[in-house]
Design a protein. Sequence first.
Length: 552
Amino acid sequence: MRQKLTPDPWTIVQDSFSREDQRFFESLTSLGNGAMGMRGSFEEDYSGDTLRGTYIGGVWFPDRTRVGWWKNGYPEYFGKQINAMDLIGLSVSVNGETLDAGAMEVVDFRRELDMREGVLRRGMTLVTASGEVTIRAERFVSMDDTPLLCLRYRVTPSFPARVAVTAYLDGEVRNEDSNYDERFWEGLESDARGDEACAHLVSRTKENPFGTPRFTVAGAFRAGGNMAATGSGARTGYAFVTLEKEVAAGETALVDKLVCVATDRDHPAESLSDIARAGAARARDAGYEALLENHVRAWARKWEHADVRIEGDDAAQQGIRFSLFHLLCTYTGDDPRLNIGPKGFTGEKYGGATYWDTEAFCFPVYMAISGEDTARQLLLYRHRQLPGAYENARRLGLPGALYPMVTFDGTECHNEWEITFMELHRNGAIAHAIFNYVTYSGDEAYLVNKGLDVLCGIARFWAGRVHFHAGLGRYMLHGVTGPNEYENNVNNNWYTNRIAAWCLDWFREACEKAPPGRLADLGVTAEELARMGDVSGRMYYPEDTERGVFVQ
């Protein structure tokens, strides 16, 4: 039976150890800062069931679509948010015995996600052959300096002991959801230096057949604390430093692991190792406490605008803050190339891709909790990918722009035909997000510039996708899947027909606000606008009058 959460306004607490619930709590206690994130896995070795996952925003892999048949416009690939190098890894031994909660008795346990501060803390006492050993672990991905992961780890035996901690970077990771147990990474560079308690690793995604750039990622760490470095080593895809300390009973061995990540999305590939190493060195010079203070201050600024207070119901308060926390972890609006993965940085399902959920469900929340500038970045993301939307429509033999159901770069990469070809309502969600933004912010300059580009492509798609039923004198949309996804290949889903007509009207309204020459730049004519008005005015809406319901 799954453990129940204790209602708490600001924390997610697991107050007893359960091997059966390990993955569940790893997901719940994930961390992120928009640029990267990771599951709440243990830092040290764990032989039980676990998914150690580290994910970097915008780093993905296009995986070939494999089907026994092909349709016009079918995507050649779908994408995966690939598990990146393991940044948190520590292997810990006391008197030569490796600590492992998967194999040892756990007599005390508490894992706590502090949502106010964005910090994951864990305390655990294990029974070893020599006696009890208590672990205290704390980590965060910096919201103040997003390339940084900061980790503090304490080991306190109840007996005199030699404590050894091997801090490592591991690029030999795999995805659980890969086809045929594929590996997505190849090691390029690895090095470790015991005299400076530092190591670095550079990995690159394997070559793919679709021309998408291969991503290169570098990670580097510096270790601090009260332990002495006694060894180091490196091989392809792996680098480590070992630190040791003799402690008396009740004395604590402490290690800080400060990691910097750099990718070729932001820097030249040949400079990544230097950039990562320099970032790790600066972090150690600043010190763990100062980095934590800056991180907590950055989270406080976010909560000033984002917090929703519910008085008298701790469970509801915990739930709303949990939802807001993971949204804020997933997307910050600092990078217009990024979007909102459905699972954020909590796991591999849904591939970290962009779905229509962004505009339909998340966009209004970000506009309220993070401000107009953040919301505008989400719109700019779609504007950047407008050429891909035109290409998606062209492949189906249709005019205008069809935004993808699932994407990383603007190209459709969803491999289920009833969704890829039929869930057309996603176009409407994007147009509606522009409406929400302009209504909320009053930013009509965006509307008549970049917004009009997007609305024009969407309107032209709808005008080309409908057909006219002469007998009824109505325009119709056959072969769609409605937004509830219950039925596929439906003729005239009420919602889809309505959002199509609304998009046409919204575009025509936006055209009235456009400055002279703007419509000519888009090639929009009075005749085209008149036909769009005819389509929206004579759209067919199925209704069951006997039951009094709109037909989906």
